[in-house]
Design a binder for this molecule. Structure first.
Ligand SMILES: CC(=O)N[C@H]1[C@@H](OP(=O)(O)OP(=O)(O)OC[C@H]2O[C@@H](n3ccc(=O)[nH]c3=O)[C@H](O)[C@@H]2O)O[C@H](CO)[C@@H](O)[C@@H]1O
Length: 345
């Protein structure tokens, strides 16, 4: 039996879902261990692809100080012992972690039990928990790190199905990551009138917090736009888009590659170790993406011209070559081949 852990935000959870789906295709129903905080419950609480789901108390340690930090660490340790019991109950042979604070209890629990731990790092710069656990894991997967087991990013097949070459800028999509991005919403308010004048249609994922305000903005400005807070139909939205203005969360970035949608990335400046910048830089270094720093001033007309000057066709062709189907299959193959049976839990 396999357990999957980790999450907190959509970028982590989408990998957990891809691995779960690949296991389901092979007749395996894993269990899931996530957190009561973040988006874990919303994504998986009622997911029938899991044998059972558990949500334990866990929070990030990184930004905590003093007594608060000690309390969080104690909480993780207590939950790690809960996981030990769960592993025994479900006879877990292997744990797959997508990282993030919600992965901490089960990962430490696995180490306590001697259960092989497999880690997927989504980003170009590895997270704190993943760095700590990497020396003890059975395999470490990444689409960036040459020293890791290199696999194609496990993007859902749906993004390959809608793959097409882009030739003309007819529709633009604003993407703020799983929680939306205030900066991208503000930028959209400056750019939308220009796109509208050029006859470019707009799709805009705002996040929950600013959804009403952004919807009102488009209505007042008289600009027709497909505005939504969060959608389960991102592949259908990307299918229509010829260009994206987006945060560079790893999952979104690779989905854009798979779909062949060229993008201007605006990395989240506060992401740990600036990893969103390095995610986008890996593409920009190969001339297949534009980057705009959130702290640099920009002139909307100049930005529009920069986007319009991009060679959409060759960029979208090269993006599609950067990722292959079957990333989740590659990971599950390694996991099942190396899995050990003897468990001293
Ligand atoms: C604030 C934060 O911590 N961000 C991190 C988080 O990003 P975040 O959670 O924003 O994740 P990504 O942008 O990587 O992925 C978002 C996922 O949610 C999906 N989606 C998004 C919007 C929507 O309406 N519907 C929908 O289904 C996307 O298709 C994608 O699969 O995890 C990523 C992967 O570790 C990191 O690179 C990011 O830095």
């Amino acid at each position: 039996m396999i357990a999957i852990t980790g999450g907190g935000t959509g970028g982590h959870l989408v990998i957990a879902r891809a691995i779960k789906e690949e296991l389901n295709r092979r007749g395996i129903k894993p269990i899931y261990i996530g957190s009561t905080a973040g988006q874990d419950k919303a994504w998986f609480e009622h997911d029938a692809g899991f044998e059972k789901t558990y949500f334990l108390e866990s929070q990030g340690v990184v930004n905590k100080k003093g007594v608060r930090k000690l309390l969080v660490l104690f909480c993780i340790l207590r939950s790690a012992f809960t996981c030990k019991t769960l592993f025994k109950k479900h006879q877990i042979d292997a744990l797959f972690s997508v990282g993030g604070y919600s992965a901490a209890p089960a990962s430490f629990g696995a180490l306590l039990c001697g259960i092989p731990l497999y880690i997927h790092e989504q980003n170009a710069i590895q997270g704190k928990l993943n760095s700590l656990l990497r020396p003890f894991c059975k395999a470490f997967f990444s689409s960036y790190d040459p020293k890791a087991i290199h696999t194609s990013y496990p993007v859902s097949e749906a993004f390959f199905t809608i793959q097409r070459e882009r030739t003309t800028l007819k529709t633009i999509i604003f993407l703020g990551g799983s929680q939306g991005a205030s900066f991208i919403n503000a930028l959209a308010q400056k750019m939308a009138p220009l796109f509208h004048q050029e006859g470019i249609a707009i799709i805009h994922q705002t996040g929950q917090k600013e959804f009403e305000a952004m919807k009102a903005f488009y209505v007042h400005a008289g600009i027709p736009a497909d505005v939504f807070d969060f959608s389960k139909e991102i592949p259908a939205k990307l299918a229509l888009a010829d260009f994206a203005i987006s945060r560079s969360g790893a999952s979104t970035l690779w989905e854009l590659c798979a779909a062949g949608v060229p993008a201007l990335f605006i990395p989240l400046p506060h992401a740990a170790a600036n990893h969103q910048y390095f995610n986008a830089k890996a593409l920009a270094d190969q001339n297949v993406a534009l980057i705009l720093s959130q702290s640099s001033a920009f002139e909307p007309k100049a930005l529009l011209e920069q986007i319009q000057q991009l060679d959409l066709l060759s960029t979208s062709q090269r993006l599609m070559q950067m990722i292959q189907k079957g990333g989740a299959k590659e990971i599950v193959d390694v996991m099942l081949q190396t899995q050990k049976k003897e468990k001293p839990c």
